[in-house]
Design a protein around this ligand. Structure first.
Ligand code: FES
Length: 125
């Protein structure tokens, strides 16, 4: 049912935990399944220098969070905003249809963290 890549990121998730010096944090949840995902970003000069996540959720949510963090690390904020759940799913060699919403959560969590960063850091706050 799950690709080797999904299992790999589920069993050995990258970038798990909190980021103490995060300057953008986004938390999103899915009302139906109740899963919650939180992303921590450290942005410097418009570039995502570091990223961590905490996911209280299913295995696919953990695997997509892990892959999403790998995909945005080192990218500019603008590039990270382009990250789609489709791209994350492709990088994981696909997800079963009933698990697509888990990857949407990863996309939303990254966006929420970037929005938080922008609110706190780009408007003189
Ligand atoms: Fe809801 Fe996976 S079942 S995020």
């Amino acid at each position: 049912m799950y690709s080797d890549k999904v299992m790999d990121h589920f069993n050995r998730p990258r970038n798990v935990g909190e980021l103490e010096n995060a300057n953008g944090i986004g938390t999103v949840g899915n009302a139906k399944c109740g899963d919650i995902m939180r992303m921590y970003l450290r942005v410097e000069d418009g570039v995502i220098k570091d990223v961590r996540f905490k996911t209280f959720g299913c295995g696919a949510a953990i695997a997509t969070s892990s892959m999403a963090t790998e995909m945005v690390k080192g990218k500019t904020v603008e590039e990270a905003l382009q990250l789609s759940n489709k791209a994350v799913m492709e990088a994981l060699d696909g997800l079963p249809p009933q698990k697509v919403h888990c990857s949407v959560l990863a996309e939303q969590a990254i966006r929420a963290a970037i929005e938080d960063y922008r609110k706190k850091n780009e408007q003189g706050a």
